[in-house]
Design a protein around this ligand. Sequence first.
Ligand code: AMP
Length: 357
Amino acid sequence: MSEPLPSGSTIGILGGGQLGRMLSVAASRLGYRCHIFEPGAAPAGDVAAKVTNSPYDDSAALEAFARSVDVVTFEFENVPAEALDRLEAIRPLRPNRKALAVSQDRLVEKDFLTGLGLETAPYANVESLADLEAAVETLGCPSILKTRRLGYDGKGQVRLTAPEEAASGFEAMKGAAAVLEGFVEFSSEISVIAARGADGQVACFDPGENLHEGGILRRTTVPAPIPARLRTDAVLLAGRILNALDYVGVLGVELFVTPRGLIVNEIAPRVHNSGHWTQNGCAVDQFEQHIRAIAGWPLGDGSRQADVVMENLIGEDMERVPELAADPAVALHLYGKAETRAGRKMGHANRIAAMGG
Ligand code: AMP
């Protein structure tokens, strides 16, 4: 695709959660339709032209989906490899398989990042209790044992506070391949939402500072209160990752700020919760940026027009909606999920202020 996708083309999105929903809204603003493929509940379906509600092992449904769209993208990184093989045989996949393969596996991801000369937490592959005991010896305690695959929002992780906890920690992995990470003494966590176009153009949004509670993102603040030098470092390292992956689309890079500089925690090959502030802080937000990239458009430049605090509305936070709706500085984004559950992301609120105010 050297020309932009023509108006009225259809974008296929794997995953129908809130990220798919906001991608679909952005795509419709640019004149496209979306077809969502989602095995479970699909809040994105409310705002899409079509939804296929089938499991990822339904090859007939996957192939029909691929034929009905012009390009395939995704809102989460754990799509099974066989499903991707089937889709890719029919339509282009953006971002590409390499980006998915790297971010689906914490060990592959860390090998990739350190191979680029970027710093990560010290880590070791853990396939047996003996591996874990040796790794604890080298990396010390506290340390964090994480499953290599399928972890999110702090799930699939155990903190080891003493070497004696190795056996119970290993058991908690339930036989899944894991990595042990040395504990990073960070002063804050930040993320960069970066984009690369089909022509190799790169644009990054300003880094935001992220506050997590119980493993879930609570709040993102832009600008992140860090020195300009670190902001530049963050943006430059994101650009290196994008180029090394020959990436097309939006990528989230989560970083620890330490006295020695920035350490990469993880990358997400998709739009990212910590980039939701861009919806009310930039002319072109992360969702439109992703659609622009995969549809072959020029990228927005990522400049920030306001200071923003993005707060996730999780579970019973929804009770605060009337109060937030009455606040003139707040833009509400609700996901239309039928059932409010503890720990479930139901929406977010962007509080806007004049820059530097
Ligand atoms: P993750 O799912 O790997 O992003 O981890 C969730 C959260 O756990 C991170 O946002 C950090 O707050 C914390 N965390 C993860 N890995 C480490 C580490 N190696 N050292 C210190 N804190 C960590």
